[in-house]
Design a protein around this ligand. Structure first.
Ligand code: ACK
Length: 276
């Protein structure tokens, strides 16, 4: 199928193949629970280790996000984006097959339970920050489709064997549009990471990802989970109040974070070699 003129390069897996790979979706193969449903670890006959994401309950919205994920990510290839190997659409099953990343999510590394959490030294923290920035810059500028991820957070950053970060979960991703002409009617994402102009007025642009990236950098530096101290119900009210204090309804014009991105990358790169 064609997506906005871009050819989808998705491999089709059969349900039988994926059942064999995951030991019939055995609970011992379960890696965790994602936004769509469970994620299982699997092994293909050629020795490739995979992560299989299963859509647990079907709904029009869920199906749309799932298919959106396939459309968005199947045409993207970058070392800092999780690689999609293929999908399986069979009967009432919708499954996505990804490369397996052995060190789980950044959130798990930073805030996981004591036996799953591990100490990230400073050079590694810099490396993770730079990698996320590179993945985002690719999504926003270099990919043929200019894409806004909309849900950048530490649970959506996975770490490979060398602790290189890879951005995952493209269910909410959208093509970037001119922010002045694009106002979302349905704001989606995660409150603690959400840019105020998007949370309040639905203005969607690549700037919303840069804001969320800033929150992730704060988490990497502070070791504190932003999501846990941002009260969901009060958040919108607080932001509105903050805007009134600023006496402007055009918050998003005050700061354009995009030029800051290259400065952040340069700064992190410069400091990466500084020892602990
Ligand atoms: O932090 P985690 O252990 O890492 O919990 C989540 C869980 O599944 C639900 O998203 C893990 N996960 C998701 N995709 C992958 C993948 N490609 N490789 C390894 N683990 C994954 C994630």
């Amino acid at each position: 199928k064609d997506f906005e003129g871009v050819e989808l390069k998705t491999v089709s897996f059969s349900l039988k193949q994926l059942k064999a790979a995951t030991n019939n979706f055995n609970s011992t193969n379960k890696l965790g629970e994602g936004g769509f449903g469970p994620v299982y670890k699997g092994l293909l006959p050629d020795g490739t280790v995979i992560a299989v994401k299963q859509l647990s309950s079907r709904s029009r919205q869920g199906d749309r996000e799932f298919l959106n994920e396939i459309a968005m990510i199947s045409c993207l290839q970058h070392p800092n984006l999780v690689k999609l190997y293929g999908c399986c659409i069979e009967g009432d099953q919708l499954l996505l097959v990804y490369e397996y990343l052995e060190n789980n999510s950044l959130a798990n590394a930073l805030f996981g339970s004591e036996n799953s959490q591990f100490i990230l030294d400073w050079p590694t923290r810099y490396k993770i920050g730079i990698g996320i920035a590179r993945g985002l810059a690719f999504l926003h500028e270099e990919s043929r489709l200019k894409i806004v991820h909309r849900d950048i957070k530490s649970t959506n950053v996975l770490l490979d064997g060398e602790l290189n970060p890879k951005i995952s979960d493209f269910g909410l991703a959208r093509l970037n549009e001119d922010e002045k002409s694009h106002i979302s009617t349905r704001v989606a994402g995660t409150i603690g990471y959400m840019a105020p102009e998007y949370a309040l007025w639905g203005y969607l642009s690549d700037k919303v990802d840069v804001y969320s990236f800033g929150v992730v950098i704060l988490e990497i530096v502070s070791g504190k989970n932003n999501n846990s101290y941002m009260p969901t119900n009060n958040c919108i009210g607080l932001l509105d109040w903050a805007c009134k204090l600023q006496q402007t309804k055009h918050f998003e014009e005050l700061i354009d974070p995009r030029p800051i991105m290259s400065e952040v990358v340069a700064m992190l790169e410069e400091q990466q070699d500084i020892p602990d």
